[in-house]
Design a protein around this ligand. Structure first.
Ligand code: PMP
Length: 419
């Protein structure tokens, strides 16, 4: 290569002899940043306080202390109340005493600790799979796994509502990316009937429970489709692990399926497991591939001792106390029923960990969130472009620790403020 670079479509970004425009060397002139400024000025003009970067004091779960006031909190995804659990907290502290605050190396070099292996074996057991591997972030888990396993001759079909980390992973892989209508397994089938043979590998990506809508895919249907077309199936269980099934084992347990029905099980430790990091579970050839070759694993530090031991303790706690899962489900169902009875639009949520209250315009959602906050209730607005403009919403993350009294107070406030 000559080393010469050119702009889009082969033409130079700046014509010969012309001065370099200021916009090309100033951060404050970047279009995305300018758009952000316009939006925050617009909100200020309408008198809507920013809902972002509120500082929480203490431990946030079913309740939170923000500034000098206590709130009923639905903005944190500590689904099983593990973040404040004394057993989980002391496991994290003990791990620091034993292994320090960091493993100070990539796992493959000098970062391997017994608790990493223990956690991975426990996750493999939960999923009834051959093996599992953990990453330091859930986002990095999706990016790195999809980016490593798939390439330009492959096709990745994903539900239109999957998390950003899945989309970024597909972009990194260079595979053809085709979103399909939410939960529409028939659309996937039809596309593969027509186009399967144009690609080498095909991956279908779903979430176990959708983080914005709180509904679930028809897993048996997707499994049948992927088997027929010799495709791989990946399920992101960020919001379903610790939430669905009698033991909290997720979508697999909910539908009574086998671990091997899904090729790539993915999840995060940041939600029900009250930690930080992600995991992949599946067959040995896939997990070993990632352990030796996935950049987000190989070129990143191993999970910190405190987080590894904390999540392991949270997992053991969930296994010893399945009533936490039952209580989360019961409180989610209660919230859903009460909200629906109050005439609120909860979309397609099945009332487990995530319940949206859809109000329409972004401005309406932002104002509702601010009004609730004044009443001591913290629920974040989800605005365009995260969701379509006509379906901006407040999102309620449930905790097994929410009481029916807290839920009654919340739905009562919503009924008054939405009406
Ligand atoms: N997948 C889904 C579905 C998520 O909602 C999230 C984040 N909330 C992630 C992956 C990324 O996980 P983490 O925040 O643990 O990095």
């Amino acid at each position: 290569a000559s080393g010469a670079a050119s702009g889009a479509a082969g033409s130079p970004a700046v014509p010969d002899g012309a001065p370099i425009p200021e916009a090309f060397y100033r951060f404050d002139m970047m279009p995305a940043y300018q758009q952000l400024q316009i939006m925050s000025k617009g909100a200020e003009h309408l008198g809507i306080p920013s809902p972002y970067f509120k500082v929480h004091e203490g431990i946030s779960g079913d309740e939170a202390r923000i500034g000098d006031r206590d709130y009923i909190n639905y903005a944190s995804y500590d689904y099983l109340g593990m973040s404040r659990d004394p057993v989980v907290m002391s496991a994290a502290k003990d791990a620091i005493d034993r292994y320090g605050t960091s493993v100070s190396a990539s796992r493959i070099l000098a970062g391997e600790r017994p608790i990493h292996q223990e956690l991975e074996q426990a996750m493999a057991q939960v999923y009834d799979c051959e093996d599992a591997v953990t990453f330091v972030s859930g986002h990095a888990t999706n990016v790195s796994t999809i980016g490593q396993l798939f390439g330009p001759r492959d096709l990745v079909l994903h539900d239109e509502l999957v998390h950003n980390s899945v989309v970024v992973g597909i972009q990194l892989s260079g595979a053809h990316r085709v979103p399909f209508a939410h939960n529409d397994w028939q659309a996937v089938d039809e596309l593969l009937v027509r186009q399967r043979r144009q690609f080498e590998r095909v991956l279908i990506v779903l979430e176990g429970l959708y983080g914005m809508d709180g509904d679930i895919p028809d897993l048996p249907r997707f499994v049948e489709v992927k088997n027929r077309h010799k495709a791989f199936l990946m399920v992101d269980e960020a919001h379903s692990f610790g939430v669905l099934g009698e033991r909290g084992y997720g979508l697999r347990e909910h539908f009574g399926m086998r671990g091997s029905d899904v090729d790539i099980w993915m999840g995060t430790f940041s939600k029900a497991m009250a930690g930080c990091g992600g995991y992949i579970a599946g067959e040995k050839a896939m997990v070993e591939h990632l352990r030796y070759l996935a950049p987000g694993f190989l070129y990143s530090v191993g999970m910190a001792p405190s987080l590894t031991a904390g999540s392991l303790a949270a997992l053991r706690c969930m296994q010893a106390e399945p009533q936490r899962v039952a209580q989360l489900q019961a409180r989610g169902q209660y919230f859903l029923r009460e909200a629906q009875a109050a005439g609120l639009d909860t979309g397609t949520s099945i009332g487990m960990s995530v319940i949206p209250v859809i109000v329409g315009a972004s401005v309406t959602a932002a104002k509702l969130s601010a009004a609730l906050f004044k009443e001591g209730i913290n629920a974040m607005p989800i605005l365009y472009p995260a969701v379509p403009e006509k379906s901006a919403r407040l999102r309620f993350f449930m905790s097994c620790l929410h009481t029916t009294e807290q839920i009654d107070a919340t739905v009562g406030a919503l009924r008054r403020l939405v009406g």
